[in-house]
Design a binder for this molecule. Structure first.
Ligand code: BGC
Length: 819
């Protein structure tokens, strides 16, 4: 057992690790920003600007909920520009807006307090309900008028900011998906008063950009910065001033009209029944839908501009084992700026016997920073395993026979066909049993294929013999309970299936952890409980807290602003510690850009570094499992958690996840939890709704990213989702967990529920272990009691429970705590 020090009492100085990670966070933000439009005003030559909009000082660094960001110090856009020596001429407006925000927030707090005055503190749930009724709205700016304008300044920068987080979806309203009246008027006002207007979108996902269609509101440049993490302002300054050239590319389609998205009118709260989501678009998600319907998007998947220009020259492709390696020469053809470029490879699969999408991402690569005139030959790998098509009637995933047309380019809508790879005979890569639970009672969309083949292209014949020994029948993950587990008492066995409570105290405790495994085996077997902490935008720990003599954890100075009850004076009195009396714990972790922004870098090496940085923070603070990465598909822009997810494309999601997983897990002793498995695509009614999906779409879209990440990087654990899949809670879903995850993919890591996903009235405790979901999180005594009873009556299968505990103990043994 290692002697673990979780306490870092030094509050004043940034550690070396913090410094390094802060720089990395900045670099990732810069590479993740997407330049959507530029008529030449960027990079700015001016060093005096007028800065307006909500995000100027109230910059949104990350989302809310478990995916929120921490960090010692966060740089607003206003501060970042100042740090870079830019003079800001609009401080009056920013100060006035700040005051207005504070006034509004205070009025809101007063109003809530007025309404909860009569409640006893212990009726917390009733108070919450009352607070919810008075939900505070994130402000969307304030009017700009003549008095804010200074004649001598030519450039105005306007920041549109939005906030979102788990538990709720974004609204299809002005001030959220649409710009508010004030925002539109402000841009139009700025256009009249400044020579150059630059708009930045500081939001977890897309907003409606129809202001780009009208001359009076069309800015000179549009930059999407997403949620950039703690170095937001510095990164923005670097890009606006041209210290770095933008190289981010969108990972989701931005539509001209919200209703261009598939199933847009039925999404979540917009549909008739928000508890039944029928994924009628089937495999046509994101750009696949736009292609099939010939809809021109506002900004295509994979799109993004640079300050310089690049030329691509396709060289050749070779098969190396189960991979195709494409060589493409990229040249910086500009004269002034250096920059990085992304090369995207797409494929059109054979469609003689089955409908297909027109093009799908098959591989990608990013250059190093190329100086003007410099070139680089990129080698981009495409795995043949990713090119399979699911065929229900033939019980398998096949590399179909026929022609695979490959394209390369700079977005899903800007591609050139480069080669055709031919498979002579269909090749079965995986035998799978059809999933009975996926027989949906609605018709999925199918598009007739009318692809034109280009005979002029070079041909490559695929050697499928490389798969002769690969083809797999159902494989078993083969976990057999050891004697250590077979000898546990019933109480020990059932307790191990339930997580340690968030509020009680165990062997080690790091403030901000959201759960851990049970410590029941500590005394007898010296097997400790391990800590879990949230992500995905960094390690979500409490930066500063106070521990009382009795071991109680209390807040430092005040309750976090974003706690739903954080503003209640009575709670302050109970939950805030006394710095003079209590022991201080400081754990400053890095706020990295959101998963979406990170993925927009399209840079796997950089993302690996983020994993490594998070892993080192985990080691420092005694965290064994990071509850990240999250890779649900960004199916609709209104999903409240899109910022936590990578993309609308499963291949991109899967490989970027693999990089961050490797980055963490290569350190040894720490691991990740890939989540939320699966189809958690809306937050409205997330704990009660069912995502109803046909089998092909499930396999080729919603499971594919998870499958790639597991195959490539073997995450230590996986979290099931809140929602049901085709009527059954995912943590109780036999076909999903036992057939697909455990048998087909051979996954032997720990599977845990999402927090409180399985409780009374929502699924069954005993159906977790019985169906391959090992841990119930965060769990409590009543879950253990119920499981003991279920074990007695035989509802909980003893063998299944033992296998689950075996998996949990194998994970615990890998932890840094055990040495
Ligand atoms: C979220 C998970 C998170 C967990 C623990 C849940 O509400 O859905 O993503 O890891 O809480 O905080």
């Amino acid at each position: 057992m290692k002697d673990f020090i979780v306490v870092s009492p030094n509050n004043d100085e940034e550690s070396q690790l913090e410094k390094e990670n802060r720089l990395l966070s900045r670099q990732v933000a810069e590479e993740g920003f997407v330049l959507l439009y530029n008529n030449g005003v960027l990079p700015l030559q001016e060093r005096t600007v007028a800065l307006f909009g909500t995000g100027a000082r109230m910059t949104v660094f990350g989302g809310t909920g478990s995916g929120e960001t921490k960090g010692r110090q966060k740089v607003t856009i206003e501060q970042g520009l100042k740090n870079a020596g830019v003079k800001i001429e609009s401080s009056l407006w920013i100060d006035e807006f700040d005051e207005k925000y504070k006034r509004e927030r205070k009025a809101w707090k007063d109003d809530v307090e007025e309404h909860i005055r009569g409640y006893h503190l212990w009726n917390v749930m009733d108070m919450f309900r009352e607070i919810d009724k008075h939900h505070f709205v994130f402000p969307v700016g304030d009017e700009i008028c003549e008095k804010h304008v200074k004649e001598e300044c030519d450039v105005a920068i306007y920041i549109i900011a939005r906030q979102a987080g788990e538990g709720g979806d974004r609204k299809l309203e002005e001030g959220d998906y649409f710009l508010s009246r004030t925002e539109v008027d402000s841009i139009s006002f700025l256009k009249k008063h400044y020579k150059k207007v630059v708009v930045l979108i500081n939001s977890g996902g897309s907003v409606d950009c129809s202001f780009m269609d009208r001359e009076e509101t069309k800015p000179d440049a549009l930059l999407y910065i997403g949620q950039p993490g703690e170095e937001a302002g510095n990164a923005v300054a670097d890009i606006l001033l041209g210290n770095e050239s933008p190289s981010g590319r969108l990972t989701a389609t931005w539509a001209k009209d919200y209703y261009d998205f598939p199933g847009a009118d039925e999404y979540g709260f917009l549909g008739e029944n928000s508890k039944e989501a029928n994924f009628k678009e089937g495999i046509y998600v994101g750009y696949r839908w736009f292609h099939a319907n010939h809809i021109e998007p506002r900004f295509a998947f994979g799109y993004g501009m640079s300050y310089t220009t690049f030329e691509h020259c396709y060289l050749d492709v070779k098969q190396k084992g189960t991979k195709l390696v494409f060589r493409i020469c990229v040249k910086n053809t500009g004269a002034v700026y250096s920059g990085k470029d992304v090369v995207e490879i797409y494929v059109r699969k054979p469609s003689a016997d089955i409908y297909q999408v027109m093009k799908e991402l098959a591989g990608y690569g990013k250059t190093k920073k190329l100086n003007p005139g410099e070139e680089e030959i990129l080698e981009i790998e495409v795995s043949l395993k990713d090119l399979v098509t699911y065929q229900a009637d033939m019980h398998g995933e096949y590399l179909l026979s026929g022609e695979y047309v490959f394209f390369e380019g700079t977005s899903a809508d800007n591609l050139n066909a480069i080669t055709i790879a031919v498979v002579q005979q269909a090749c079965l890569l995986k035998k799978v049993e059809p999933l009975n639970s996926c027989k949906v009672n609605f018709d999925e969309k199918i598009f007739e294929n009318s692809f034109i083949e280009n005979r002029e292209l070079p041909l490559l014949e695929i050697d499928t013999s490389v798969f002769d020994s690969y083809i797999s029948e159902h494989q078993s993950e083969g976990v057999i309970p050891s004697n250590r587990v077979l000898n546990l008492t019933d109480e020990e066995l059932c307790t191990m299936l339930v997580g340690g409570s968030v509020v009680s105290y165990g062997y080690v405790r790091t403030p901000g952890t959201v759960g851990r495994t049970s410590n029941i085996l500590w005394k007898k077997h010296k097997l400790p409980s391990i800590n879990m902490a949230d992500g995905p935008a960094g390690l979500n720990l409490t930066p500063q807290s106070l521990i009382t003599k009795g071991g109680m954890e209390k807040s430092y100075l005040h309750l976090p602003e974003n706690w739903s009850y954080g503003f209640l004076p009575k709670m302050e009195w109970i939950a805030v510690g006394n710095p003079k009396r209590d022991r201080m714990i400081c754990q400053f972790t890095t706020a990295f850009p959101s998963t979406t922004v990170r993925t927009q870098t399209w840079n796997r090496e950089l993302i690996y570094k983020v994993g490594d940085a998070v892993g080192r923070e985990m080691k420092k603070y005694g965290i064994t499992l990071w509850l990240a990465p999250a890779i649900n598909i960004q199916k609709n822009p209104l999903c409240g958690r899109n910022f936590e997810y990578a993309s609308e494309d499963p291949l991109l999601s899967g490989y970027m996840a693999a990089s961050i997983i490797d980055g963490v897990q290569h350190l040894g002793g720490v691991g990740v939890t890939i989540k939320h498995f699966c189809a958690n695509n809306q937050e409205t009614e997330r704990e009660y709704m069912s995502s109803n999906i046909g089998e092909r779409a499930l396999r080729e879209i919603y499971l594919k990213g998870f499958e790639i990440a597991i195959r490539e990087s073997n995450p230590w654990s996986l979290m099931t989702s809140y929602n049901k899949l085709n009527g059954t809670y995912t943590a109780n879903h036999n076909e999903l967990l036992m057939n697909v995850l455990r048998k087909e993919w051979g996954y032997s890591g720990v599977v845990m529920t999402d927090w409180g996903a399985i409780t009374k009235g929502k699924g069954d405790y005993y159906q977790c272990a019985n169906n391959g979901n090992d841990l119930i999180m965060p769990g409590d005594g009543s879950a253990v009691k119920q499981l003991l009873n279920d074990l007695k009556t035989g509802r909980l299968n003893r063998k299944a429970a033992q296998i689950s505990v075996e998996r949990i103990l194998r994970l615990v043994m890998k932890s840094d705590y055990v040495g």
